[in-house]
Structure formats: C-alpha cells, structure tokens
Design a protein. Structure first.
Length: 208
C-alpha cells in the first residue's frame, strides 16, 4: 500500500499483525526498551490496569514480571493483534476486548494505572481531549495515566506547531482526495506538539 493511500484503522493493523512486533521494535527509537521501561513507572501496589491500543501486548512482558498477579484489561481494534496476546500470555489474568476504545466506556474510579503505548498519534485534539476525560474518570483517586507516544518537540523541529499543522492538513487532504468517510478513522501519523499534549491533559483534569 502506497504511503499516500489511507487505510481504515482496523484493516491496517489486522493485515500487519504477523510482522508488527518486528517492525514496531526496529522502527521506533529505543526499540524494545521503549516498551519494557513502562513497567518501571507503575507504582508499587498496582493491582488493576487498563491498556488501550494494546496491540500484541509487547509492554506486558515486563509488567507481568513486576506484578505477576496484576489484573489487566486490554482493548484494541485489531482482532488479529489480540490473538497474539492470547498466544503469548494464556496463563495470565488478562481480559481482552476487541473494539474501538474511542467508543467504549471505561467506567469510573476503578483502575490504578491506565496505559497507552504508541496509539494516540492518529487523533486530533478534540478526540484526544474526550478520551483523556474518560481516562481521568476511570482512574482511582490515586491513579496514574502513562502515555508513551510520538510527540513533536523543538529538539526535532524549528517550529513544532507548524509541523503538527502540516500533518493534520495532509491527512485531511488525503481523505478528501480519496473521497473517504469523514467519520471513519484511517491510519496516518498526526502527532501533536509536547505543549499541546500538556494543555490537553491539563484540560482533562490531570496535573503534570
């Protein structure tokens, strides 16, 4: 598939489930360590986590080592990805839901940790803010949200905001050019600036 042809989100990931682990580790700065390190941010005593956009569950390896009795709820839009989790962690306390996490209710005041890893760089500010509010509500009083994702910073770009604007503009241009449904999400990377990420989280109720 050409880079200038958008694919519907679930179709994109379902068709790449068998190569996802290899490509994900090799293409991302930090490799597998970018997944393994997430367990170290989780506070002692963590009992229940929500991992949305869980994919094949690469980050769960170290999490389960550190918290062998942890209750994990995972959500992903790709059924083929979730099959990999079943093969890898068949003996662990993992509940898996196949669906669009943007449309699901996470509940209230339940999870000790909510985790997202390399999944939110496909969405705009409005979508992210709505999701962050849901995350905030589902966390326990002392709960923690951990996000591991692409962001645009001044270390990489002279004008991160201009880069963000260009990416969102290109995404809309491709959708319009292919006459795609505006209400459907397609795979295209639209990371936000670090400053915009902070503003969105603060608006949802988090403190940094």
């Amino acid at each position: 598939m050409s880079k200038d042809r958008l694919e519907e989100m679930s179709s994109f990931f379902n068709s790449r489930a068998d190569i996802y682990d290899i490509n994900h580790i090799s293409d991302i700065d930090g490799g597998i360590e970018s997944k393994n390190i997430l367990a170290t941010f989780m506070p002692m005593g963590t009992e229940r986590i929500l991992d949305f956009g869980i994919g094949t569950g690469l980050e769960l390896v170290e999490i389960i080592k550190r918290f062998p009795n942890i209750e994990i709820t995972g959500i992903d839009i790709s059924a083929n990805m979730l099959k990999k989790i079943g093969e890898r962690f068949s003996q662990n306390n993992i509940r898996i839901f196949c669906g669009d996490y943007l449309k699901l209710d996470f509940g209230n005041n339940y999870f000790d940790v909510v985790l997202s890893s390399m999944t939110l760089h496909h969405y705009n500010h409005t979508v992210k803010l709505d999701l962050y509010k849901k995350i905030y509500r589902c966390l326990s009083e002392t709960g923690l949200y951990i996000e591991n994702d692409y962001m645009l910073s001044e270390h990489e770009f002279i004008d991160p905001q201009k880069q963000e604007d260009n990416l969102f503009s290109e995404y809309e241009k491709l959708k319009n050019g292919q006459h795609l449904e505006s209400s459907t999400y397609y795979h295209f990377d639209t990371p936000c600036t670090v400053e915009n990420q902070k503003k969105l989280l603060l608006s949802a109720g988090f403190f940094l």
